[in-house]
Design a protein around this ligand. Structure first.
Ligand code: GLA
Ligand code: GLA
Length: 766
């Protein structure tokens, strides 16, 4: 087919695809989209090129739309016949209509989107229609495009070529596919880093990053940031009002940092701004220890490693630097784009190089890249990561990337089983994802990721997984109406704090004490029993929650402590896990025993903590089990005349713990505070959870289900939808508490759901 380099290629392409487009299930948008494309074409070229054969031969601007409106193909044929020769008339009509608001396109966007990462720059344009046709047939409605394409978008310094991208976006529209544009700033072109080597990152060992991989640009380099701003601005100017571009992804998977001298100076400046005086810094970091006292800002080393105060600040500095790096692009895009377009960036779950609450603050949407790697879906952990991501902005999110079968970077890149990709997709939706997008559509014929899972093979035809993904797409379309405007809602929040994770990871004291593992030990039983739970920052509003669990709130700043006290006084139940309330915001030990300023509220405190190399027996109100990895010897103390009650005590172990309290709980008015001083095993944690649920009068979203069946609930105005996913390899039956409608199948009203192995059921209760 044609290599489309002519100015009128866009219009030609658009009209060329009309026949297929007319068959598309989502055709209404076609008319407006073509008008828009036409308008853009006119804007750029100042008129219709008479050389465009497609226009004069078969211009059907508007005809699809009219045909749909009439719902009769005969109408359409008649109209096409009538309008075919009247190019000028059509052009005039198009110009007139192009002034109409184009936002109606967005309104038609399916509520739940299936997507793929598509790299049109890696293929001849003659291949694009075939790829998009295959995507359309798989019910893919969104592609992420442009990230990593910098050398194509700006082949030489200051020379931009966005026409090809415009054509790709326009062609995608012909297939009912919207576009998320990625800014390409994770892959600077060779000319840039060659001419300006100061834009390259310096690794922690002092080596300069080189061209040939990605993320070689330094996010702290002013020059690099300016190049990033400029390319983002160029893209935004071109696509910021394009109705088919629904959003932006800034960069890709932030995290790479630079250890160059300039960054080091920035860190020192950042500290100066934060602390004001060296006295304050020396005091908070207790630099008298090991003669670390600083008499000049330039003496302060750059983390990580070393003083815990410095370590925490370094993480915050990385966060601030990446936020600035991101902000420059956010600003450039916002200035030139329609507010209808969202801005996101794709994060990596529990990755802790920076504080995601800070980075997502100015984004419209959080998204993440959900990869299993080796092995198979760990449904609980993966569900927890979805909930983490939903908690970044406390609203629905996107799975911006996920594996079509296998990855190429794990120890063994095994494929997910047949049905497992669908199982994952629906789990994501249940947890509040509004889009699931596969990385990637097709592998570049060369490059570092040749072996990664794809939806079409090197030959350009579908791989076996394609059909499963097409099924997902079909189902997303079917369920769109039911799920539109719905989100998960929970009565219980688990607090997740980067400060606390950084502080514990910096000094684990027991190498196996993984703060995310601790969080999981709380999350698993509560998610399974209640079928809904939020994971939020300690800074999030808490009043709406009936229970707040802080598994390891090691760093407890005064303001957070104050809000927790208010929460309990207002009638909430606060549950603290081990290592809570030990540090202040500078990662220094609190001068009160744990849980610091919450000791009076608890009516008790930690006498001593012990890293465990052996399990310790624990028993009491929640039954019997063991503590592992960590045990704190607690003591109830009188406060306002009433001390905490002891719920669990340690059995015989190291002598110190024998017979001592392991869990304290105290009623405070209508509220309550509970402190769990040990990492409890898989017997005690569910028992503890049952106790919490009973005490709080909390109810599961749906009711009891067989083990391995995951229930998620999304609610919206007048809507209640359950997503049931069978994570087992055997068939399961779920008896429903009341009749519900099967959204994916026959829409029949049922009182039980029969789930095949790895099966999915979407049920509408309201
Ligand atoms: C060594 C050092 C001390 C202290 C202890 C801790 O003995 O001399 O300063 O660090 O280790 O175990
Ligand atoms: C990450 C990146 C993608 C790709 C995938 C492969 O998520 O964002 O560009 O490299 O990994 O799994």
């Amino acid at each position: 087919m044609r290599p489309q380099r002519t100015p009128n290629a866009q219009i030609c392409t658009i009209t060329h695809k009309n026949a297929q487009f007319a068959r598309s299930t989502s055709a209404g948008r076609g008319f407006l989209w073509r008008l828009h494309s036409y308008r853009r074409f006119r804007e750029r070229k100042g008129g219709v090129d008479a050389e465009c054969p497609a226009i004069s031969r078969r211009s059907s601007l508007g005809s699809d739309w009219l045909a749909r409106a009439a719902g009769r193909s005969a109408w359409r044929r008649t109209l096409e016949y009538l309008v075919m020769p009247h190019k000028q008339l059509i052009a005039g009509l198009a110009l007139l209509c192009a002034t109409l608001p184009l936002t109606s396109l967005a309104a038609e966007r399916p509520a739940i989107l299936l997507g793929a990462a598509w790299y049109p720059e890696q293929w001849p344009e003659s291949r694009w229609p075939e790829d998009l046709k295959l995507m359309e047939a798989a019910h893919i409605h969104v592609v992420r495009v442009g990230e990593f394409a910098w050398s194509r978008l700006e082949p030489h310094e200051g020379q931009f070529d966005l026409d090809w991208l415009d054509r790709a976006v326009a062609l995608a529209a012909q297939h009912g596919i919207w576009v998320v544009l990625g800014t390409p700033t994770a892959a600077p072109p060779a000319w840039l880093t060659q001419k300006y080597p100061d834009t390259l990152r310096t690794e922690q060992d002092g080596r300069k990053a080189k061209h040939g991989n990605r993320q070689q640009g330094s996010p702290t380099s002013a020059r690099y940031r300016e190049f990033c701003r400029r390319i983002a601005e160029q893209m935004a100017r071109r696509f910021g009002r394009n109705p088919n571009v629904i959003g932006w992804q800034i960069d890709n998977e932030y995290g790479a940092f630079s250890w160059d001298d300039e960054t080091h100076r920035q860190f020192q400046d950042w500290l100066r701004q934060k602390y004001g005086t060296l006295d304050a810094l020396n005091r908070h970091w207790t630099t008298e220890y090991w003669s670390q006292t600083y008499t000049d800002w330039s003496q302060i080393p750059m983390g990580p490693g070393g003083n815990p105060g410095l370590n925490l600040e370094f993480k915050r500095f990385v966060t601030a630097s990446l936020r600035d790096f991101q902000h420059i692009q956010v600003q450039a895009i916002r200035a030139a784009s329609d507010p209808r377009q969202f801005i996101t960036s794709n994060f990596m779950g529990w990755y802790d190089a920076f504080d995601h609450y800070v980075l997502t603050e100015e984004l419209d949407l959080a998204s993440w890249d959900d990869y299993v790697g080796s092995g198979h879906l760990d449904a609980v952990r993966n569900g927890m990561t979805h909930d983490l991501t939903r908690g970044f902005k406390r609203k629905n999110f996107w799975v911006m990337e996920t594996q079509p079968g296998s990855v190429n970077w794990a120890t063994v890149n095994n494929a997910l089983d047949r049905g497992e990709v669908r199982e994952m997709a629906w789990q994501a939706i249940g947890h509040g994802a509004d889009a699931v997008s596969y990385w990637q559509w097709r592998s570049a014929l060369n490059g570092q990721e040749e072996y990664h899972g794809t939806l079409v093979g090197a030959d350009g035809t579908p791989v076996p997984l394609y059909d499963e993904v097409a099924q997902i797409g079909r189902e997303f379309e079917q369920a769109g109406e039911a799920l539109a405007g719905t989100s998960p809602v929970a009565d219980v929040a688990i607090l997740h704090s980067y400060d606390s994770r950084w502080a514990i990871n910096g000094q684990r004291h027991n190498q196996n004490f993984d703060p995310v593992g601790l969080l999981l030990s709380y999350y698993k039983p509560i998610r399974e029993m209640l079928q809904q739970v939020d994971i939020v920052s300690p800074d999030a509003p808490l009043a709406a929650y009936r229970m707040v669990i802080a598994p390891g709130l090691n760093v407890l700043p005064d303001d957070v402590s104050q809000r927790l006290i208010e929460y309990v006084n207002a009638g909430g139940h606060l549950v603290l896990g081990p290592r809570s309330g030990m540090k202040d915001t500078y990662n220094a030990l609190q001068t009160a025993r744990q849980p610091g300023s919450l000791v009076p509220l608890l009516g008790g405190r930690v006498e001593q903590y012990y890293a465990l190399n052996e399990e310790v027996p624990v028993s009491g109100a929640w039954g019997s089990g063991t503590a592992r990895l960590w045990a704190e010897q607690l003591q109830a103390q009188s406060h306002d005349g009433d001390a905490a009650e002891v719920l669990l005590t340690y059995g015989e172990s190291n002598g110190w713990l024998d017979g001592q309290p392991a869990v304290l709980s105290r009623k405070v008015g209508k509220g309550r505070i509970t402190y769990i001083g040990a990492w409890l095993d898989d017997t005690l944690m569910p028992a503890a959870t049952q106790w919490m649920i009973r005490l709080g009068g909390l109810q599961p979203a749906l009711g009891p289900v067989p083990e391995g069946v995951e229930v998620s609930r999304r609610v919206g105005a007048g809507k209640e939808v359950f997503v049931l996913v069978n994570h087992t390899k055997t068939a399961q039956r779920v008896t429903l508490p009341r009749p519900m409608r099967r959204v994916l199948h026959d829409d029949a009203t049922v009182s039980a759901a029969d789930l095949p192995p790895r099966g999915v059921e979407v049920l509408r209760a309201k």
